[in-house]
Design a protein around this ligand. Structure first.
Ligand code: ZN
Length: 166
């Protein structure tokens, strides 16, 4: 079961890495990294773990981000899924149609030592036509997109913990 520190959740204003403190802007999605095993232990997803597409759709943009690479996927009728800080599967290119469950990439080592490797997931609803190039700045600023909490679409149950020793 996915497990979160408070700063990993959607719209959280807190950081969960380094010395904590506040984020520069409310979190645009969720950070997936910790999970609870059947025995009740909290573990980290290992670098190299395959990431399945959460929904089917078409790859519309691939960009570099400050920890890894990001991929934006249009899922009809009007959803944009974004997966960030990952290592993208070499066969996954712009225009590719992804089936749900097909690997989009892997958990990547973090490019910044003070931020633990993790996957960021954002979900946006498209309010008009997608005639712009998707990137992290457009997904936040573009008025034709509205960010929503992806967790109800990822898992209905998850655990919240207060601290984790990285
Ligand atoms: Zn994040």
């Amino acid at each position: 079961m996915w497990t979160f520190l408070p700063g990993m959740l959607f719209e959280s204003e807190r950081k969960w890495w380094n010395k904590k403190g506040n984020r520069e802007a409310p979190h645009e999605g969720v950070d997936l990294l910790l999970y609870k095993t059947k025995r009740g232990l909290i573990e980290r997803v290992e670098v190299g773990t395959l990431i399945p597409a959460l929904f089917s759709g078409e790859v519309v943009s691939i960009v570099e981000d400050y920890l890894g690479s990001s991929i934006f996927v249009f899922s009809p009728p009007n959803f944009i899924w974004a997966y960030g800080h990952i290592e993208i599967n070499g066969e996954v290119k712009k225009g590719k149609k992804l089936e749900r469950g097909e690997p989009v990439g892997k958990f990547a080592p973090s490019k910044k030592g003070n931020v633990p490797a993790h996957m960021h997931v954002s979900l946006a609803v498209l309010l008009g036509n997608c005639s712009f190039t998707l990137s992290w700045s457009t997904i936040v600023k573009e008025r034709r997109l509205k960010l929503i909490d992806p967790m109800p679409y990822i898992a209905l149950e998850y655990e919240l913990i207060e601290t984790f020793d990285f």
